[in-house]
Ligand binder design. Structure first.
Ligand code: DON
Length: 356
């Protein structure tokens, strides 16, 4: 356990590096060329190649702890990518909907940061990787008893349910309207809940209900934990396709402004905080491995989607339901890694100077 803690103690240094690299590429894209340096042809070629390469892959399994997810077609597979010009590049099925699941955690966190400032999340929930499964109760106990405070993050279930509880409003409907409109602004269209998924998860989410109660017992959630867990379940059931997810990623890639609709979803100053937590914890206990091979802040969901962000260059999303052991889509991880590395999406990549 101590080794795990030590492992995560190095995360802040990595984050600082990431923020610096992301800032540099954003500045370069905005001020020097006004473009990302990637042609539409190279983007199409990269996503078509990744689509074909992994189409026949038979690894992974749909999530089944939410019964409705087990019924989704495992062959559904689509890639969408959006660069600075807002043009949507696609391969495969980019219109069939899956539930957004944990990817929603990013946008509810973004809403809380936007309304209450970056410290609100850091002080109440924490912005550190837990190194444990996304629905770990041990992580809550450890944060509380061993680490002595908010040492989780808004992308694991305890932190996410708490973040949902922090969205302000007098009634559940008022809070929900804020959560949904934030998702809509990022996606660039009016989204809605997939009712079958919402019912299925509501019927089987006793573990999340327990997590909500525990977060209330320990004072992270201030009131009405049942309402917070229900709204969290609802946000996880929002239906999205690969194009929606790519637009959400691209909004984070380009200073919080949706490059398709032109709408500013969150302030430019808040984007680095959102990306930092995605880099730290977006793929749960596999976040380190993911960052090592791609350098990209990303977020997965058990519905089969993954979004990834190359700051100032592109937002990309893949939908493919079969998941690996950590709960991340197998095809999506492989396809995004290939596409990004082909196009130079890793924000840590730099060139030696010519001074000597
Ligand atoms: O709370 C849950 O278990 C789901 N609604 C979301 C989990 C999830 O997507 C984890 N992601 N990889």
């Amino acid at each position: 356990m101590h080794l795990r803690l030590l492992r995560w103690a190095v995360a802040p240094a990595g984050l600082a590096l990431f923020l610096l690299a992301g800032q540099t590429s954003f500045t370069r894209a905005q001020t020097t060329t006004g473009t990302t340096g990637m042609s539409a042809t190279s983007m199409d070629a990269a996503i078509n190649a990744a689509y074909e390469k992994y189409r026949g892959l038979q690894e992974g399994k749909n999530a089944d702890y939410i019964p409705a997810l087990a019924k989704v077609n495992p062959n559904l597979y689509g890639i969408a990518m959006i660069g600075a010009d807002g043009k949507v590049h696609t391969a495969g099925d980019v219109t069939s909907q899956v539930s957004i699941q944990s990817i929603s955690k990013v946008f509810t966190m973004a809403r809380v940061i936007q309304d209450q400032g970056a410290d609100a999340i850091a002080k109440r929930i924490g912005v550190d990787a837990t190194g444990m499964r996304f629905n770990s109760i041990v992580a809550v106990e450890m944060a509380n008893k061993l680490l002595g405070g908010p040492e989780m993050n808004p992308l694991v279930n305890p932190g996410a349910i708490t973040a949902t509880s922090m969205v302000q409003g007098n009634t559940a409907d008022e809070i929900w309207a804020k959560i949904l409109s934030t998702h809509n602004d990022f996606a660039g269209r009016d989204l809605s809940v997939i009712q079958d998924v919402y019912k299925s998860e509501s019927d089987t989410n006793q573990r999340n209900q327990a997590i909500g109660m525990l977060m209330f017992a320990y004072g992270y959630i201030k009131d009405n934990p049942q309402r917070a867990t229900d709204l969290y379940t609802r946000q996880c059931s929002i239906g999205v396709n690969a194009k929606d997810l790519a637009a959400m990623a691209a909004t984070l890639a380009f200073g919080g402004r949706n490059p398709v609709t032109g709408k500013q979803a969150i302030d430019v100053k808040n984007v680095p905080y959102v990306l930092a937590v995605m880099a730290t914890a977006g793929l749960y206990d596999d976040s380190g491995k993911w960052l090592y091979y791609t350098g990209l802040p990303a977020k997965s969901g058990v519905g089969g989607g993954i979004i990834a962000v190359s700051p100032g260059k592109f937002g990309i999303a893949v939908v493919s339901p079969p998941l690996d052991e950590a709960g991340n889509s197998v095809r999506a991880q492989k396809a995004i890694t290939d596409v990004s590395n082909t196009l130079g999406g890793n924000p840590y990549v730099s060139r030696p100077t010519m001074a000597h």
